[in-house]
Design a protein around this ligand. Sequence first.
Ligand code: DQA
Length: 146
Amino acid sequence: MSKIFVIHGPNLALLGEREPEIYGHVSLKAINEAMKKKAQDLNFQIDFFQSDHEGEIVSKIGSLIKLGIDYLIINPAAYTHTSVAIRDAIGAVKIPTIEVHLSNVYAREEFRHKSLIAPVAVGQISGFGVQSYILAMEAIATLGLK
Ligand code: DQA
């Protein structure tokens, strides 16, 4: 059974209350529950981590090989646009990674149009709200099917 690890970056613990006109009304807990259900359907093991701190996210990514993780789904949130350290951590562990965003970052401010993470990810899913995470899991399910 493949193991998926999900990392939620800064301010995502506030989902449901945070700018609902952009991010919707669904809480992080509800997103994780929806992903757990999808993981059962697709026969994946799944675990979750949220942090507002760049260094904690970097250390967590560094620990994923020892944990036997096969795939990473990450919403790096604001660190998408700034963090060389998170990009390098993903590049170092070489775990196939899907970058996820709730909002369509390309339809927003220009500073959100640049992702430092995208070049080290298998691909990016942006703009589908909670479904972005579910689509990422479906993408992983098809990765071995080429
Ligand atoms: C986000 C988009 C980022 O630009 C922003 O900083 C976030 C959330 C998204 O999921 O749409 O915090 O990653």
